[in-house]
Design a protein around this ligand. Structure first.
Ligand code: MG
Length: 159
């Protein structure tokens, strides 16, 4: 078994979509980013890469490379899953937290979990997505940023 953790933060800005776990959440502001800015999937990718000790998201998908401009983060996640599987691992479970002042993510939780479960190739019951606010303080609390954390467990398959 291998454990990994990931973290990400994006500034929120007008004129950008708010994408969380592949779900477009209606909001006047969205993640400022080179890719689609899906903060949750970026944290999850780093957790997967961390568990397998395969460097980090910036190494695999450098923002300087125009290839990843407006990239669909779910596609990046599926590419990382390929790397994980090529190394002989499967995902056991994922536990994620999104920290965002508004809107409330409860109504989107199950769709997000379904997306992540499909890409990680595990049952929805093995994917958790928790949502918290930042109590109105600091950049996230003031609505200027969104943050996500993820932990994953990988199992190495015996050959
Ligand atoms: Mg990011």
């Amino acid at each position: 078994m291998r454990i990994g953790t990931g973290w990400d933060l994006h500034r929120l800005t007008e004129g950008r979509p708010l994408i969380i776990g592949g779900v477009h959440v209606p909001s006047p502001v969205g993640e400022d980013a080179h890719s689609d800015g899906d903060v949750l999937i970026h944290a999850l990718i780093d957790a997967l890469l961390g568990a397998a000790a395969l460097d980090d998201i910036g190494t695999h998908f450098p923002p300087s490379d125009n290839k990843w401009k407006d990239a669909d983060s779910r596609e990046l996640l599926r590419q990382v899953m390929k790397l994980i599987e090529d190394d002989g691992y499967r995902v056991e479970n994922a536990d994620c937290t999104v920290i965002l002042e508004k809107p409330r993510l409860g109504p989107f939780r199950n769709r997000i979990r379904e997306n992540l479960a499909a890409d990680l190739k595990i049952p929805v019951g093995a994917v958790s997505m928790k949502a918290k606010t930042h109590e109105k303080v600091d950049s996230v609390g003031e609505g200027r940023a969104i943050e996500a954390q993820a932990a994953v467990l990988l199992e190495h398959l015996e050959k």
